[in-house]
Design a protein around this ligand. Structure first.
Ligand SMILES: [Ca+2]
Length: 366
């Protein structure tokens, strides 16, 4: 992190931190998940999947809606400086929903390979299986019975896609042992709902049930704003390359409301964990001189008697939110700024108030 040092003037009281001498802008507030435990709502709710599960700290519990035209909104309760947002998509476990087997020289359509395991099974040379929903496959559970073992698994990956090796047994020794078999798969980038399972040698294997696990390919549209219903920062976040999907806003800003929608809104909305890493806007601040703010103030208050009052006015200013102030002791004016863009200007003797939570961003702009 870049470090900047400026001369400090002034003296403050209570929670306000001021000293004479130089200050170090590398001293930033600790980043934390500011969405944790906050008020969260969604437009509608699937049974047993309330909105609170999106921010409960557990990636295995998910908020899910019934409708596709749905959204989830978190009210952070205050404005925070947002550094990174992450959304963890659903991990899906599925028993096969369709199967076609090959026995000798004919196809069969087994009824006994759908989970959970039961006393019946299916025997044949190979088995085509289909899942209800395509996922990025991560784990296979093969419930074998006592015949030759599974030696080969391929899945049809992607669109247009290709048949891809997911498992090849070496050496391909037959076995007559019943086993619950979970092979280490050869790739984690296969997006598929169609696979086939083949025996180690062209002989009968016996399958009781098959279950596959993977992560959903979710695309979310994230919005952030200081006013509910008005989202100025928007971003598409996909879990196709990583789960969770992460985004660090290029322009760090203060936000209170976080909205998540499916992109496009053609399926139910499932959010397994939404994390919003940010800094709280606290009354701790630093006063410095030698700074020229780059943009015009959002408002200027007059007849302000002290830098303390100027800082207090800034804290009360929420829309547009105040991120820094400059107090001119001669004119008794207090200029409120909605961003932190600035340059060094040793001739500027106005006292610039920078909140401690924002020192991090302030340092990065130099
Ligand atoms: Ca959760």
């Amino acid at each position: 992190m870049a470090k900047c040092a400026y001369q400090v003037l002034g003296a403050m009281i209570g929670l306000i931190l001021v000293s004479f001498g130089t200050i170090d802008y590398a001293m930033a507030a600790t980043v934390e998940n500011v969405a944790s435990g906050k008020h969260v709502t969604q437009t509608d709710t699937a049974a047993g999947s309330p909105a609170t599960l999106a921010i409960d700290g557990d990636v295995t519990t998910c908020s899910i809606t019934d409708s596709s035209a749905a959204e989830l909104v978190v009210d952070l309760g205050d404005n925070y400086l947002i550094e990174e947002v992450s959304i963890h998509a659903e991990s899906i476990s599925q028993w096969v929903t369709y199967a076609r087997g090959w026995i000798g020289d004919v196809y069969s359509y087994p009824t006994s390979v759908y989970g959970p395991p039961d006393p019946s099974d299916w025997s044949g040379y190979w088995l085509d299986v289909v899942l209800k929903k395509a996922v990025y496959l991560s784990t296979f559970e093969i419930y074998e019975s006592t015949q030759n073992r599974v030696g080969y698994i391929q899945c049809y990956c992607g669109n247009p896609g290709a048949w891809t090796d997911m498992f090849v047994r070496t050496p391909s020794t037959p076995s007559m042992t019943s086993e619950i078999f979970s092979p280490t798969i050869l790739t984690s980038s296969c997006f598929s709902n169609t696979c086939y399972v083949k025996s180690v040698s062209n002989a009968n294997m016996s399958i009781d049930a098959i279950k596959l696990h993977g992560r959903a390919d979710m695309s979310y549209k994230l919005g952030m704003g200081v006013t509910k219903g008005v989202y100025k920062a928007e971003r598409i976040m996909n879990t196709s390359s990583s789960n969770p999907a992460k985004w660090g806003p290029a322009v760090i800003g203060l936000y209170r409301y976080i909205r998540v929608r499916a992109n496009p809104q053609n399926d139910e909305l499932a959010v397994c964990e939404l994390k919003v890493n940010g800094y709280p806007r606290t009354p701790h601040y630093r006063v410095i001189t030698g700074i020229a703010m780059s943009n015009s103030p959002v408002r200027t208050a007059s007849n302000v008697v002290s830098v303390i009052e100027c800082a207090s006015i800034c804290l009360q200013q929420t829309d547009p939110v105040c991120m820094a102030t400059q107090y001119n002791q001669v004119t008794k004016s207090c200029a409120l700024f909605g961003d932190l863009e600035h340059t060094k200007d040793s001739s500027n003797l106005s006292r610039t108030v920078v909140f401690k939570f924002a020192a991090h961003a302030f340092a990065n702009m130099n």
